[in-house]
Design a protein around this ligand. Structure first.
Ligand code: CP
Ligand code: NVA
Length: 306
């Protein structure tokens, strides 16, 4: 049987997410109680980074160790990956020496080529198109604070980037709505996002309209990794898409604010909002650890009894 991968949010069903969220709660509780849990004893996770990372590296490396395994870190500068070795050859070799692979790279197509050749499960640690592990943590964080996300409204303000695409997929799988507001010229491409046009999302020219009545307001950097040459243009194009207190005031009074981090206070969000009482950004960051432990366990061992 070919291994199961986690390359984009829609790779898993609503039932699998229900299992993963329950399992995450169980794994998190054990961690908080200092109870060891080593289902991946002696297993090896290879982490390949073609872009920078703090949270993703730390949460995967700490996570696999807490589950009893080991992590090996590779980047393109110090390995043959950056010197033209075919992705398929790298996948064959790396997956013969490991139990699980996590990749952060540029095009989704590179990840898919690697996964197609890999003998072990492959996890998307961020591509230009998607960041499923982050939205997995974000939805889990929403559930922890407010209960089920089904039927709720999430306002996405800013760039139609990897995080936005992943929220759009999550809305289809978990049955909620996303209100998207992006500057002209930076709008959602449903084909790139892998979603039904207009299905579970609505686009708004005015960010204030998008946020009205939302249960959750979320944004991200205006310039994602790999697009740095566009920074100056983006700074001016996105100026009216800053999430500030006036914008948050349009959402429901108990709306949450999320940001995957790293954040730029004074650009996509004000300090007042990200450091304010509606913000759950630190829980989001911490939950990367817990959801990914559940994810790694699931991909290697399948469903477990809690
Ligand atoms: N949110 C996130 O993926 O952070 P890093 O880039 O630090 O991994
Ligand atoms: N959209 C951002 C997310 C960083 C975690 C990027 O791709 O750089």
């Amino acid at each position: 049987m070919p291994p199961r991968h986690y390359l984009q949010f829609k790779d898993f069903s609503v039932d699998e997410y229900a299992y993963l969220f329950e399992r995450t709660a169980w794994i998190k509780r054990k961690f908080k109680n200092y109870e060891p849990w080593h289902p991946l004893f002696d297993r090896t996770l290879v982490m390949i980074f073609e872009k920078a990372s703090t949270r993703t590296r730390l949460s995967f490396e700490a996570g696999i160790q807490q589950l009893g395994g080991f992590a090996v870190y590779l980047n393109t500068r110090d390995s043959q990956l950056g010197r033209g070795e075919p992705v398929e050859d790298a996948a064959e070799v790396i997956s013969r020496m490991s139990d699980l692979v996590m990749i952060r790279t540029f095009e989704q197509a590179i990840l898919e080529r690697f996964a197609a050749r890999s003998r072990v499960p492959v996890i998307n640690g961020l591509t230009n198109e998607f960041h499923p592990c982050q939205v997995l943590a974000d939805v889990y964080t929403y559930i922890e604070h407010r209960g089920s996300i089904r039927g709720k409204t999430v306002a996405w303000i800013g760039d139609a980037n990897n995080m936005c695409h992943t929220w759009l997929q999550a809305a289809e799988v978990l049955d909620f709505t996303v209100h998207v507001s992006t500057p002209p010229g930076y709008t959602v491409d449903p084909q790139l996002a892998g979603v039904v046009p207009g299905g579970h999302y609505r686009c708004f020219a005015d960010p204030m309209e998008a946020v009205r009545g939302a249960d959750l307001v979320t944004t991200d950097v205006w310039t994602s990794m790999g697009f740095e040459h566009e920074t100056d243009d983006r700074l001016s194009a996105f100026a009216d898409w800053q999430v500030d207190a006036a914008m948050m005031a349009q959402a429901k009074p108990d709306a949450l604010f999320m940001h995957c981090l790293p954040a730029h206070r004074g650009e996509e969000v004000t300090a007042e909002v990200i450091d304010g009482p509606q913000s759950v950004v630190w829980d989001e960051a911490e939950n990367r650890l817990h959801v990914q432990k559940a994810l790694m366990e699931y991909l290697v061992l399948g469903r477990m009894e809690s």
